[in-house]
Design a protein around this ligand. Sequence first.
Ligand code: 6PG
Length: 240
Amino acid sequence: MSPPALDIADTQEDAAARAADWIARKLAASDGPFRMALSGGSTPRALYARLASREIAWRRLEFFWGDERFVPYDDPRSNYAMAHEALLDRVPVEPAQVHPIPTDDDPADAARRYEETLQRAYGADSLGEPPLFDLVLLGLGEDGHTASLFPADPVLQEREHWVAPAAMQSPEPRITLTYPALESSRAVLFLVTGAEKAEAVQRVLAGDPDFPAARLKPQGETVWFLDRAAAQLLPRASSG
Ligand code: 6PG
């Protein structure tokens, strides 16, 4: 696993724009179906809005999610709703290209159903070469969580299932892809901005295992898009 690449922009807006350019280049340099896992929370909204204005081969993309809050799709907390509002409703993609995490019935059953969705898309029920995803987008919480892999959650130990309910209510129930699924990607892109994330960025990049994002060992390349505020605690050499 190669060391992560860092791209540090002056502002949150610049970081989002540079991340969008990187994704557009990645897609242009590939061919065939491109499976992409979207991240949730608030940070990616600016990235999705910029992606929506790029010239991209949208028909090649298959959209998945790295995690979801177990709420209805029209709930303001829904990662599915945010991605639709900021991106998917603004670009020419068909419903068949979009694979939301189910949030009906029961979290454990929904996680099982999503695992089946991923396995159907992948064409196998065990991960290997090629990876499951072409790109996984991730954010970072102040406690070092990513997707819905929160500190001390037993789901951090899950290495067999690809999808599982998080034990932690944060504050709503959540479903998350597990480490094996998130690691099975040609590329992982973290977009992290804001001074409040600076300590988590420093601890994760230093490999602190108490911060769940630090335990992610992606199969392919990892790139971090940061703004100066989120990068302020990094050693000078790595912060450009
Ligand atoms: C979620 C995300 C989560 C997010 C971080 C950062 O569902 O909330 O998957 O991992 O990336 O919590 O969230 P912000 O971008 O809102 O700071």
